[in-house]
Design a protein around this ligand. Structure first.
Ligand SMILES: [Zn+2]
Length: 121
């Protein structure tokens, strides 16, 4: 496997680093690759997904940025896409198989509490 080298990225060796990439949409992630460790980005949905996938996936498949951003449930043994096969049909199937998590509906009371908390700062 060939590793790309980014001369400007000294501290971070993650292939998918929010700081190094203007466009992440075209990027793919293999579970054996490094994940950006910078604290500021730890809350990003797709970086959280990377960490989960690293723990739960088999490393012979890859995940596109779209898949990482899917906000779907990541179960043990989750499989990405096969690099030996065409991406589009696999991706379509994968997205169908991994629907987005349902958003929690916030109660008006909870929202009011949140807002009050923000104003208190
Ligand atoms: Zn980074």
């Amino acid at each position: 496997m060939s590793k790309k080298v980014y001369s400007s990225c000294i501290k971070c060796s993650a292939p998918l680093c929010p700081e190094e990439k203007l466009s992440l949409e075209q990027e793919i992630f293999y579970p054996d690759e490094e994940i950006c460790h910078k604290k500021d980005y730890g809350r990003l949905e797709w970086i959280k997904a990377q960490r989960k996938i690293k723990r739960k996936a088999k490393d012979d498949t890859y995940f596109t940025y779209e898949m990482l951003n899917r906000k779907c449930i990541i179960r043990k043994g989750i499989k990405g896409l096969n690099p030996m096969k065409a991406e589009t049909p696999q991706l379509k199937k994968w997205l169908h198989k991994h629907p987005k998590r349902k958003q929690k509906i916030l109660s008006p009371e909870y929202k009011a509490k949140m807002l009050a908390g923000l104003e208190g700062k």
